[in-house]
Design a protein around this ligand. Structure first.
Ligand code: ZN
Ligand code: ZN
Length: 407
């Protein structure tokens, strides 16, 4: 604990620029895969803190080698969302963009990734300034495009594992609607795997008055939608978790025309890879079976997108980090996070190295402040103690591996 205090005793100075930077990032959000200015800001600061800086797949990685010891990687995501901010904060985002349909929409840090960037940069400076108190290598990884499930994959595909030393342990964190100053940990699965699939099934078009000349894709799609409900209710063991949602079912244009195809958009959430694979196999089996039953003239098409891996916290790493949190924050500020049905692409980074990891939550709302969920246009964490807690959590978890006596 003395080593943690040694590193964190400069936080008063760090906090001053962190709060300024946070407001600046919050009012200048950038959408997924377009985070050029945010990445440049990060790279410049890391250089100033004495880090070896690498640009990988649209992200930025800072490496601080500080003698013999283990390697710890901490990841922060940096992208914003196409959400029009409705807070009345003086630093609220006024940034807009034009979406695919030509409509103007706001851009904001409605998921709080600006908190993640600010906390990791703060911890990076503290660990650099306090390097006499620890040994090993600290890797600060800033990942683009979390919200589109593309960023972690892009960094891995751009050779992340060749460009960055293999970490012995990896961490990620997210600001959530819990009370500010609180951190939450969870061993095992913490965020669900998320998959989306676009399914096109084919019929035979006809006049609405001549159904005998058709294979009706509306009836086919309706059968599929009903039958899909049995995957969770009849095929999944009671008590096990799976979600299968048909978010969209579209066919046809007019009452007197039988269309030639229907398109279904399906979302899947699971906490277990075996269940995930079984659910996907069941969906494909049911769709193919119903197409066969209706005499569909062409095999169905399955297009998978927005695929998020399971976030499955290593029990030993989680225990070690939780113990360090309890000893620093006190038991009252460390909660059991529980499972969250949201999804993340964080785990692609440690999985690429074969590194165990833990991903924790940080509260962002003051007592008495109305908490809003992530992605809400009103999502606006209180600056303190949120930034302090997020910064301290990174330093405490890192020194649980790099700050041991004698190491
Ligand atoms: Zn989000
Ligand atoms: Zn997020």
């Amino acid at each position: 604990m003395t080593r943690v205090k040694e590193v964190l005793n400069r936080i008063d100075a760090t906090r001053v620029w962190q709060e300024q930077l946070y407001r600046q990032l919050h009012s200048h959000p950038e959408l997924s895969s377009g985070e050029a200015q945010t990445a440049a800001e990060i790279a410049g600061r890391l250089q100033g803190f004495g880090y070896d800086v690498k640009h990988v797949g649209g992200g930025v990685v800072g490496i601080l080698a500080n003698g013999q010891g283990q390697t710890v990687l901490m990841r922060a995501d940096i992208d914003a969302l196409p959400v029009t901010e409705l807070t009345e904060l003086p630093y609220a985002s006024k940034v807009t963009t034009v979406d695919e349909s030509g409509a103007t929409v706001g851009v904001s840090h409605a998921c709080g990734h600006d908190v993640h960037v600010t906390c990791l940069l703060g911890a990076a400076e503290l660990l650099s300034g306090g390097r006499d108190a620890w040994r090993g290598t600290f890797v600060a990884l800033f990942q683009p495009a979390e919200e589109t499930a593309a960023g972690a994959r892009a960094m891995v595909e751009d050779g992340l594992t060749d460009k960055v030393p293999r970490p012995d342990v990896a961490f990620g964190q997210h600001v959530l609607s819990h009370e500010a100053g609180v951190v939450g940990t969870q061993a095992g699965p913490v965020l669900s795997a998320g998959d989306s699939v676009k399914i096109t099934v084919f019929g035979k078009g006809s006049h609405g008055s001549m159904p005998h000349m058709s294979v009706d894709p509306v009836v086919l799609a309706a059968s599929i939608v009903l039958r899909l409900q049995t995957i969770v209710s009849r095929e999944t063991r009671p008590g096990e978790f799976a979600v299968v949602t048909v978010g969209s079912s579209v066919a046809g244009t007019k009452s007197n025309i039988i269309a030639d195809r229907a398109v279904l958009l399906i979302n899947i959430r699971t906490y277990d890879n075996a269940i995930r694979e079984r659910v996907i196999a069941s969906i494909e089996r049911i769709v193919r079976g119903e197409c066969e039953a209706s005499g569909s003239p062409q095999a169905p098409m399955f297009e998978y997108c927005d695929q998020y891996p399971l976030t499955d916290n290593d029990p030993e790493v989680t225990e070690q980090v939780t113990a360090a949190f309890r000893s620093y924050f006190g038991k009252g500020r460390v909660i059991e996070l529980g499972r969250v049905t949201a999804s993340e692409d964080f785990s692609r980074v440690p999985d690429a190295f074969g590194t165990p990891y833990t991903y924790w939550g940080v509260g962002g709302f003051a007592p008495g402040q109305q908490p809003y969920p992530n992605h809400s246009p009103y999502f606006a964490p209180t600056i303190q103690p949120t930034l302090d807690a997020g910064t301290e959590a990174i330093v405490v978890a890192t020194l649980a591996y790099l700050g041991q006596e004698g190491s």
